[in-house]
Write a protein that binds this ligand. Structure first.
Ligand SMILES: NC(=O)c1ccc[n+]([C@@H]2O[C@H](COP(=O)([O-])OP(=O)(O)OC[C@H]3O[C@@H](n4cnc5c(N)ncnc54)[C@H](O)[C@@H]3O)[C@@H](O)[C@H]2O)c1
Length: 371
């Protein structure tokens, strides 16, 4: 199939795209590539397109059979910090992407949403896809609105599938150390201190990044009559943990003693969900936390992985936006150290005339004399 993947340069995307290629698919990988363009492999069946998902156009969907729509501001803290962007990207751009895909004759659209839209559930409730949702954050609310926006587009010619993913873990080329298992593993390996979010009793379903990518690929060819217009929780009972038990699983996979370092206020998100619907299709996870921890440790040990600002999503978006402010402040004539020859030529011709000639003059009075 010819598959358009948005957010292809992200944590899930950089694992998903090589898996799609390995299975013989052709991929159009659309992303702003905020985390770098070097994280996807060179491949004759991979086309990389740097574009903002808010600016997608019919041409981008030409010749495409299916869309996996991963692009998003991808966690709660980033969603709170950049609220209007989160609504524009995670809700409106996804609905528009599905509408454009449908209009272009694309046959299938997969929305990787999140189990976090269940928010908080009492301990005795195990949510099915029909249980009332309870999104507690901007990120979760935008996911829910995206689901509501794309599902009604389903019809006989356009198959729409929503996947509510568990919290993902495991090594991926665009690495995220802001995800529970990944952050625990890094802290425990690097400093012997495992960061654990208070109070540890909260329930959370987890899934390996290769398993969630496999579920997205599975949905490209699953029988339309069984999946069209439907929502599926993605994960497994065996990988559903209280966070403090998750920490124990990480420690036992690491095989060395660690100190627990508690952080944060008590987490209000706690949910257990049922995976009966996706398992009824014959789909199962193949990996567990021990695999995830071992993969991360291997990458740390062989030097492929280290903690950089890019591995903490909010920190990286803050860094990029503050660099942008600084660059705008310093830039003149379209550059920092370089000034195009044309700008010098104009200056030599006309001499200094302050701000009058806005076309090729950027001279700016930053402080009045004697101030
Ligand atoms: N990782 C998880 O635990 C998890 C769990 C549930 C759901 N999800 C969802 O899966 C999707 C992918 O998550 P991820 O962990 O890979 O996140 P990520 O932040 O690593 O990837 C998101 C990608 O989207 C791109 N992007 C952001 N804004 C864009 C824009 N305006 N235009 C073009 N590209 C843009 C980024 O450059 C990045 O490569 C997200 O929708 C996320 O909410 C993730």
């Amino acid at each position: 199939m010819r598959v358009l993947v948005t957010g292809a340069g992200g944590y899930i995307g950089t694992t998903l795209v090589p898996m799609l290629l390995a299975q013989g698919h052709t991929v159009r990988a659309v992303d702003r590539y905020f985390f770098g363009q070097h994280l996807l492999p060179d491949h004759p069946r991979l086309e990389m397109l740097r574009e903002d998902v808010r600016r997608l156009a019919p041409i981008h969907f030409k010749g495409i059979d299916a869309v996996i729509d991963l692009a998003a501001i991808s966690n709660d803290p980033s969603g709170e910090q950049f609220q209007s962007v989160t609504w524009a990207v995670n809700h409106r751009a996804r609905v528009r992407c599905a509408e454009l895909a449908k209009a272009a004759g694309v046959k299938r659209y997969v929305l990787p949403s999140s189990c976090s839209i269940y928010g908080f559930l009492p301990n005795d409730v195990i949510a099915s896809e029909d249980t009332a949702t309870n999104p507690l954050t901007t990120y979760a609310r935008a996911n829910e609105k995206a689901e509501h926006g794309v599902l009604p587009l389903a019809d006989d010619d356009f198959c729409v599938v929503v996947l509510r993913q568990s919290t993902v873990y495991g090594y991926s080329p665009r690495m995220r150390l802001d995800l529970a298992v990944n952050g625990m593993t890094y802290g425990a390996w690097k400093t012997g201190k495992l960061p654990l979010m208070r109070d540890g009793s909260q329930w959370r379903p987890m899934i390996h990044v290769r398993d969630t990518a496999a579920a997205q690929i599975f949905m490209l060819t699953a029988p339309a009559e069984k999946v069209n217009g439907r929502i599926f929780n993605v994960g497994s009972d065996s990988e559903t943990y209280r966070i403090k038990d998750l920490a124990d699983a990480v420690v036992s996979a690491l095989g060395r003693p660690v100190e627990i370092e508690w952080y944060g206020d008590a987490d209000h998100r706690s949910y257990r969900v049922s995976f009966d619907r996706i398992e009824a299709l014959g789909w199962r996870t193949e990996h567990n936390v021990a695999h995830g921890v071992r993969g991360i440790v291997a990458a740390l040990e062989n030097g492929t992985l280290d903690k950089t600002p890019q591995t903490i999503t909010l920190e990286w978006y803050r860094t990029l936006t503050s660099w942008h402010e600084r660059i705008k402040e310093l830039e003149m004539y379209g550059g920092i150290l370089d000034v195009p020859a044309a700008a010098f030529a104009a200056l030599n011709r006309e001499g200094f005339r302050g701000n009058e000639d806005a076309d090729h003059r950027e001279t700016e009075m930053v402080r009045e004399p004697g101030e």
